[in-house]
Write a protein that binds this ligand. Structure first.
Ligand code: SF4
Length: 464
């Protein structure tokens, strides 16, 4: 999972892009980067670390220009090194010519890389973004394609999840895979600058009100006039009917609604927080007669699931668990030792709150089971008499190959243990997951989603 941003036609594009990346920091905290064009030169800065540390005011001053693309990275393919950090640049005889940042994972990465290497295209990293930009440059340089034509070829040859921003010195291109697995939205800021982002919360930060989703297999070209800020030409290139058939091709990641995205984002035709409230209400409907004293969500991603449960059950909700916001998201820490340490430092309980109470504890998912076991222990030690754990998704039994780092099924607790074993290991009095049927009822177009990490039905197949 990563976050991307693109800005075209702004006087200080890098500053706007940095604000957008900051709003998307939850999508990746390992590293971040930005490529900025002033019409003559594309400059690149990328580094391990958080947006606020990498893009200080001084650093942003060194990135003049009215086109910027940016990226926050959570590593999936490729190790956590600066080499794999995005954006990736392609240099030609004329210097840096194309830069690209992507969100997602490719299924046939190895096959395409071998094809390109056979054509003497060389790689510095094993990152999907580098493959995508080098494929496009290869089509342009060796086959004489226009950029949009090269992207069309890419959509036919490359399989997987990819939401991308690409710039040359004077244009910004935005494109998205035919299944539109990862979110991508765009709109126009009050200044006239065009802004594109993984999540609409980044557009809100920049006061973009007229937001649109990038269509599946869609390409948007934005040309900027460096002499007239905000004077952009926007061309939405029609979907290729061979790549996109409405209602049969969209396979959005359902986990974006359950966990990854911020609740104030809107994508796949849904408000994220409303989907989460629906999930909570669906779980409450299956708990008639439980009569807990209080609902406690695991902050932050489960807060709205908890609200939905509380509203439907008429049981009060309280934030009995307090999260230290400076620790970051445990799911997206790349190593188990770091995740363990993070959990210990991340949560604490309210004093004198849990004693003698029967609680429904709400979490969005159980992936490795690391976090929830420690949370339950904390709450038990604080004196709760009963803990009934409710999970706002079906059991995660399969790895994701479309942009989330769960490569080995052995890491998934539901793949190795029965529900009863997990309940017992977790130490709760009862454990229930949202059913697949109920999850499908929580969104308006259930057939337009990927549920592979729950049911193993991979809409794009698995890497080969
Ligand atoms: S496998 Fe799961 S996490 Fe991956 S895209 Fe599908 S629903 Fe999302």
């Amino acid at each position: 999972m990563c976050g991307i941003i693109g800005v075209c036609g702004a006087e200080y594009a890098a500053h706007m892009a940095a604000l957008g990346l900051f709003a998307e920091q939850h999508r990746g905290q390992e590293s971040c980067g930005m490529a900025v064009s002033d019409g003559a030169v594309i400059r690149l800065r990328k580094k391990m670390g958080l947006v606020k540390d990498v893009f200080t005011d001084d650093r942003l001053q060194e990135l003049p220009g009215n086109i910027a693309i940016g990226h926050v990275r959570y590593p999936t393919k490729g190790s956590a090194t600066e080499f794999n950090t995005q954006p990736h640049l392609v240099e030609t005889l004329y210097g840096p010519t194309y830069a690209l940042a992507s969100n997602g994972d490719l299924v046939n990465y190895n096959e395409i890389r071998k094809l390109l290497e056979a054509e003497k295209v060389y790689f510095k990293s094993d990152n999907d973004g580098e493959l995508l930009v080098k494929y496009i440059a290869y089509r342009i340089i060796r086959h004489g394609d226009e950029i949009s034509e090269a992207i069309r070829h890419l959509m036919k040859d490359v399989k997987g999840a990819y939401s991308c921003v690409l710039c040359n010195r004077t244009e910004l291109y935005v494109f998205r895979d035919p299944h539109s697995i990862r979110p991508m939205v765009w709109g126009i800021a009050p200044s006239g600058a065009v802004v594109v982002a993984s999540e609409s919360c980044a557009l809100d930060t920049l006061d973009v009100v007229n937001r649109h989703e990038v269509p599946p297999a869609g390409i948007i070209r934005i040309s900027s006039d460096p002499d007239h800020v905000g004077a952009n030409q926007i061309l939405v290139i029609e979907n290729d009917p061979n790549l996109y058939r409405k209602n049969s091709s969209e396979k959005h990641c359902i986990f974006e609604h359950i966990y990854f995205s911020r609740p104030d984002s809107y994508h796949f035709g849904e408000d994220v927080y409303r989907v989460r409230e629906n999930i909570g209400a669906a779980m409450a409907a299956n708990d008639a007669g439980l009569n807990p004293d209080i609902i406690v969500p695991v902050p932050d991603s489960s807060n709205f699931i908890g609200i939905g449960y509380a509203n439907a059950s008429k049981v009060p909700i309280s934030l009995g668990l307090i999260r230290n916001h400076y620790v970051g998201r445990t799911f997206i820490k790349p190593e188990q030792t770091i995740r363990d340490e993070s959990v210990r430092q991340k949560f604490n309980v309210l004093p004198n709150f849990f004693k003698g109470k029967k609680i429904v504890l709400i979490d969005d998912s159980i992936v490795r089971g690391t976090t929830i076991r420690k949370i339950v222990k904390l709450i038990k030690n604080a004196g709760a008499t009963e803990i009934h754990l409710r999970i706002g998704s079906p059991q995660v039994c399969h790895s994701c190959y479309y942009g989330i780092d769960t490569p080995d099924a052995k890491e998934l607790v539901a793949n190795c243990h029965s529900l009863e074993e997990i309940r017992s290991r977790t130490g709760v009095d009862s454990l229930k997951h949202l059913s697949m049927d109920d999850l499908r009822k929580c969104v308006q177009e259930p057939d337009n989603y990927c549920y592979a990490c729950f049911n193993g039905e991979y809409p794009l197949g698995v890497p080969h």
